[in-house]
Design a protein around this ligand. Structure first.
Ligand code: PLP
Length: 390
């Protein structure tokens, strides 16, 4: 077999194992209703938690910014791509989450590479929760520092790894809200352990920002914490914020160090100005429109109460991520396909995104959903349950 035949064979065996991935082609904007070909589906797998991705105010802000600032930043931030719009957004964002300083990245993926890899060379230690997002895990694997993982939210395991490390500099990285489970990390405990071991705690709040805390300030805010000297926060802008990009917040020394050292920051073109303008408009809306947070919380409550009543096994999640664990890949795909026939888009999440044997339907709720839509989804899930698919 040559390499090309090998690739074809690999694709076929992925197909056989029900692991082949395919993209759905959406014919229109992101939202609670999407069209794929001839199908009109109610969308329960987007991360557009606040319904901002197609919001007129963000679109308008984007158009206006494109007229004033253009559609390309033209260079990296350190060369000549750092426009006033970006500077202002960083300052406003830092203030919003209660941090001294903020740094805008093109993506959360890149921001995680930056934070995990900018601080120590071979003599450092990176500790991560086993359920962390792939971008954090990849960053740890590629780092020259020692990389080790602890069992999901297991604080005694983390404490032991920190104690074993002795005087070594350590960074503890954790999803604040776990992307495939929806549960929240022990933020206070991780912060305390970081403090007592003189380590740095880094929280990836891709799924807490815009959802938790006062007016969506995020997971740390929800437990009365803010970014500090040894507590760094990542908020991403492609999920609840409905646009694109990511912001790392911390103290000035930390952020300035990233500007000096972070290769995924230095060697890439700055975000397009109209994309930043959309995020800035989103931030404004978060401050103006309280109802979205309350409505989303209400939908989560309704979903959980009703799902339990029909006997579904939910995970321990109070966030808009409400997975239904199935286990078997083929069964999970079958459920996803059946839901689609009933008019719902819920993707089947399979390994390697989640551990072997833990395939699941990852249902996500949004403030853009109506109570009726949640009710209809529950009816469909109930039908699947009666057919013994769930
Ligand atoms: C989506 C996600 C990221 C990546 O953010 P992007 O801006 O989409 O690159 C990082 N961490 C977590 C937990 C995520 O869910």
């Amino acid at each position: 077999m040559n390499w090309h035949q090998q690739l074809s064979a690999d694709l076929l065996s992925a197909e056989d194992a029900h692991l082949r991935r395919r993209r759905n082609i959406l014919e229109g904007a992101q939202g609670p209703q999407v069209r794929i070909g001839e199908e009109r589906l109610t969308n329960f797998c987007s991360n557009d938690y606040l319904g901002f991705a197609n919001h007129p105010k963000l679109i308008e802000a984007s158009i206006e910014a494109a007229k004033k600032w253009g559609v390309g930043s033209g260079a990296s931030h350190l060369v000549c791509g750092h426009q006033q719009l970006a500077e202002q957004f960083e300052q406003d964002f830092a203030k919003f989450v209660g941090a001294e300083s903020a740094l805008l990245f093109s993506t959360g993926y890149m921001a995680n590479f930056a934070v995990v890899n900018s601080f120590f060379d071979r003599d450092g230690l990176i500790l991560q929760d086993k359920s962390n997002h792939a971008s954090l895990i990849d960053a740890g694997r590629l780092s020259r520092a020692k990389f080790s993982r602890y069992a999901h939210s297991d604080m005694s395991a983390l404490q032991k790894q920190l104690s074993d490390a002795g005087d070594q500099s350590a960074l503890i990285a954790s999803d604040a809200v776990f992307s495939m489970e929806g549960d929240i990390a022990p933020l206070q405990e991780i912060s305390d352990l970081a403090q007592s071991h003189n380590a740095l705690a880094y929280f990836d709040d891709a799924h807490g920002f815009g959802v938790l805390g006062d007016q969506g300030r995020g997971s740390l805010n929800a437990v009365g914490l803010a970014p500090t000297e040894n507590r760094i926060l990542l908020s991403t802008l492609g999920k609840a914020m409905g646009s694109f990009g990511a912001v790392v917040t911390g103290d000035k020394v930390f952020i300035d160090t990233l500007i000096q050292k972070a290769r995924p920051y230095i060697y890439t073109t700055a975000l397009p100005p109209h994309v930043i303008a959309a995020s800035a408009a989103g931030l404004g809306l978060m401050l103006d429109e309280d109802w979205r947070f309350a409505h989303l919380q209400r939908l989560i409550q309704i979903f959980r109460t009703e799902a339990k009543a029909i006997g579904l096994q939910l995970l321990n999640s109070t966030t808009p991520i409400q997975p239904i664990l199935i286990g078997d890949n083929q069964k999970t795909l079958a459920c996803s396909e059946r839901l689609r026939e009933l008019g719902f888009l819920v993707t089947a999440i399979r390994p390697p995104t989640v551990p072997e044997g833990s395939a699941r339907l990852r249902i996500t709720l949004s403030a853009a959903h109506s109570e009726d839509q949640i009710g209809q989804l529950l009816e469909a899930l109930s039908a699947l349950k009666k057919m013994e698919l769930l």
